[in-house]
Design a protein around this ligand. Structure first.
Ligand code: NAP
Ligand code: 8YV
Length: 320
């Protein structure tokens, strides 16, 4: 039996994605949206061998079970820069290549991190609620914390971390960072642990990749080192922070505040945080602008299209 040429194989889209990406996939390839099948398991049993590529998001990736149901899979294309929900080593051991959408979202994620940092330190969202509640008439809003000139710790000085650092130098910040290794081209001060980073920072901004190696990296010890005057901003992944420890520290006032775009069990947010004005809660929106999501969709599509035509991806994820 001759194998189906890649260009004629099925492109399996795990869930509905950005409408323009979904439309491009449908218009240019034999695309099936798995979550829209009446019986996804039956579809995989009957047609799984025809699937040559999967398009998915960091939120769900490609599970072991799905990978196993696709014996002729050649590429996994992620809409998003994170890909920790896909076992890349396992994919590569089967000759499956994996791509993501780096760079095109860096500006928006860094913009949001800085916005969230200012929000939590100056209590913008809380002050907005104060005005709406009619509390301004009985009394002036309490004083908050100055942003400019602070010591900012970047946890994970990658593309987004560096973009956050560049922006905050405009606020006369002193930047210190921690990753597993120093970044050769960075002039900021490197420290060798997350705990030291927190101890030497007024604010820690988390921009490290998700996955097993960073799970719980912001531990109770790190939060203790950050201390009662310290703030945490997380635009990376909920898993990078020990969420129960963070909730306990915020409730007890053992850190000053947190701005969180990501959570361990999205879209569920720990109930204890909902009433705290020391916390800014965002629904994983850091890349969520029209311009950036379209650029992500375009890059995801170009990866898929290149794979179907040439057998290779344009922005494969690095080999770790
Ligand atoms: P990147 O360039 O690959 O940067 C990742 C950084 O994490 C690197 O500096 C890396 O440095 C560091 N890192 C990895 N493992 C580490 C560990 N065990 N300890 C300390 N540092 C570690 O990726 P990026 O494009 O900046 O994106 C970063 C992350 O942001 C993504 O992976 C994603 O999870 C998240 N993100 C969130 C949103 C959102 O909507 N909130 C949007 C886009 C991205 P070393 O390898 O040297 O340790
Ligand atoms: C997106 C993200 O919200 O790129 C990432 O890793 O977390 C975000 O840009 C997500 O990937 C889109 O589903």
């Amino acid at each position: 039996m001759t194998a189906t040429p890649t260009s004629e194989g099925i492109v399996l889209q795990t869930i509905p994605l950005l409408p323009s990406l979904t439309a491009s996939l449908a218009a240019n390839h034999r695309t099936v949206v798995l979550s829209e099948q009446d019986d996804p398991a039956a579809f995989l049993a009957e047609r799984g061998a025809e699937v040559v590529a999967v398009v998915t998001t960091a939120r769900i990736g490609v599970s072991h079970e799905l990978m196993d149901a696709l014996p002729n899979l050649g590429a996994i294309v992620h809409f998003g820069v994170g890909y920790e929900t896909t076992d890349v080593a396992r994919a590569r051991s089967r000759g499956i290549d994996v791509s993501n959408t780096p760079d095109v979202l860096t500006d928006c994620v860094a913009d949001l991190a800085v916005g969230a940092l200012i929000d939590v330190m100056r209590k913008l969202s809380a002050a907005d609620r104060y005005v709406r509640r009619g509390d301004w008439k009985p009394g002036a809003y309490p004083l908050t914390t100055k942003v400019s000139g602070k010591r900012i710790g970047i946890l994970g000085l990658g593309r987004i971390g560096q973009a956050v650092a560049r922006r905050l130098t405009g606020f006369d910040a002193e930047i210190v960072y921690h990753s597993r290794r120093p970044v050769a081209e960075a002039s900021y001060r490197y420290v060798d642990s997350a705990t030291t980073l927190a101890a030497e920072s007024d604010v820690v901004v988390v921009t490290a990749a998700g996955g097993a190696s960073t799970r719980g990296l912001v531990s109770e010890e790190v939060l203790t080192a950050l201390g009662p005057q310290g703030f945490l901003v997380n635009v990376a992944r909920g898993s990078v922070v020990d969420e129960p420890a963070l909730v306990a520290a915020l409730v007890a006032g053992r850190i000053a505040g947190a701005a969180l775009d990501v959570f361990v069990d999205e879209p569920n947010v720990p109930a204890e945080l909902l009433g705290l004005d020391s916390v800014v809660l965002l629904p994983h929106i850091a890349s969520g602008t029209t311009e950036t999501r379209e650029a992500m969709g375009d890059l995801a599509f170009r990866n898929l299209h290149h794979f179907m035509a040439e057998g290779t991806l344009l922005t494969p994820v690095p080999t770790s």
